[in-house]
Design a protein around this ligand. Structure first.
Ligand code: FE2
Length: 403
């Protein structure tokens, strides 16, 4: 069953209305369910719902908040049991970008094959589709996801001629849908589409910012032949250690990205201190140590970089609590920072510095072993030791040749 576009005077045809009113709940019984099916909000609450969602687009509190508001709006509009916002990817697949209620287990899953082809049809026709299990329509077959669901609705999400995705509703009981609810669904789909596009724009801005920060770090390192390529090597070592430790992919990603920018705060440290041949004075050491806090404050403005902050701040903490800036001890030091500390030290020891020549790799490994339990997390050192032969082989090309 397809309906005319709600925004242009949508109406539910007689057959549709008959089907909906005739439909009996199969799994939900009792007075509560019957009252629920027949008590969808009127025009005023509907308008308030739309206003709430529209406002959330203007006053974003955290990423994804407008999508939450759009889903909550649909829940309120149709007393829904499950709502999902599907985002169309370039590949033609549809990602469950936001899924709630009885569809929540689908969060982050993607649809392809027959499902995505049907959604392409929906988007091409720009129609809202209502369907129920008893009709045996392809829509019902493919899009009644959760167990016990008998009724569903799909609204295309289009913004400025762009196919953004689809809004999916699943319900146990068919609601008594009126024209204004179809119109409301279409409007919420548009608002969800704006939210998706805004989030994409934000993500691409954040990617650009991350790119700038990484470029700045590379430029800073390139000015000094002793540190050129340091962050890239630390990132590679750290990721390999993280994998050996069995850390989840999300943590590995944070480790990789935070390593690339871990010393960005040195941009504010005077070059004469960075390149000093001899031992740093106490005052110079204090200035140098500030780079962890400066780095954190450089990255803080963008929310997407927030997961990187703990590692950037804490990569000079020592396992025994004698490090800086907070004197954290043991497991209180973020795992990303504990991993980075080992990789950072290994790379520093195995590259030439103004005040000393590079140590042979075996000697650097021996140093790490010696400081396991004091400066470094012994578990991380053990993991590094296990991957050491492979790291040395595969990353040989990343390290500049010693003169
Ligand atoms: Fe550092």
């Amino acid at each position: 069953m397809r309906l005319l576009p709600g925004g242009r005077g949508a109406s539910v045809g007689p057959e549709a209305m008959e089907n909906q009113t005739r439909m009996q709940p199969r799994t939900r019984t009792g007075a509560g369910a019957r009252a629920r099916a027949g008590s969808l909000p009127g025009p005023l609450p509907l308008l308030e719902t739309l206003n709430d969602v529209a406002r959330s687009l203007c006053f974003v509190e955290g990423r994804g908040a407008p999508l939450d508001a759009a889903v909550a709006g649909v829940m309120a509009l149709l007393n829904s049991d499950g709502v999902a916002i599907l985002e169309r990817r370039r590949s033609g697949e549809y990602l469950f970008r936001k899924a709630d209620g009885q569809l929540s287990e689908w969060q982050d899953f993607s649809l392809s094959g027959a499902c995505s082809r049907l959604l392409e049809t929906l988007n091409a026709r720009d129609d809202v589709v209502l369907f129920k299990r008893s009709q045996r329509s392809p829509w019902a077959r493919e899009f009644l996801f959760a167990a016990g669901m008998n009724w569903g609705a799909l609204a295309p999400i289009r913004v400025r001629d762009e196919q953004v995705g689809a809004l999916l509703v699943n319900q146990v009981t068919a609601p008594l849908v009126r024209d204004e609810h179809i119109a409301g669904l279409r409007n919420l789909a548009t608002l969800a589409g704006v939210a998706v596009l805004e989030a994409r724009k934000q993500a691409s801005l954040e990617d650009i910012f991350m790119g700038v920060i990484v470029s700045l770090t590379m430029a800073l390192e390139a000015k000094d032949p002793y540190t050129e390529g340091h962050s890239v090597r630390v990132a590679a070592y750290s990721e390999a250690i993280g994998k050996q430790l069995g850390l989840p992919p999300g943590t590995l990603d944070v480790i990789h990205r935070s390593c690339l920018v871990h010393d960005i705060g040195k941009i504010a440290v005077d070059g004469s201190i960075l390149r000093k041949m001899g031992k740093l004075s106490e005052q110079e050491r204090e200035k140098m140590d500030m780079h962890v806090l400066i780095g954190e404050s450089i990255l803080r403005p963008l929310r997407i970089l927030h997961p990187l902050l703990p590692a950037v701040r804490s990569h000079h903490e020592n396992y025994d609590g004698t490090g800086y800036p907070d004197g954290l001890r043991g497991e209180a030091i973020p795992i990303e920072a504990r991993v980075m500390a080992v990789a950072d030290a290994f790379d520093a020891m195995t590259t030439d510095r103004p005040y000393r020549n590079a140590l042979p790799e075996e000697a650097a490994l021996a140093e790490l072993r010696r400081a396991a339990g004091t400066q470094f997390d012994p578990r991380v050192v053990a993991a590094f030791e296990q991957i050491f032969p492979a790291v040395r082989r595969t990353l040989q090309n990343l390290r500049p040749r010693r003169s």
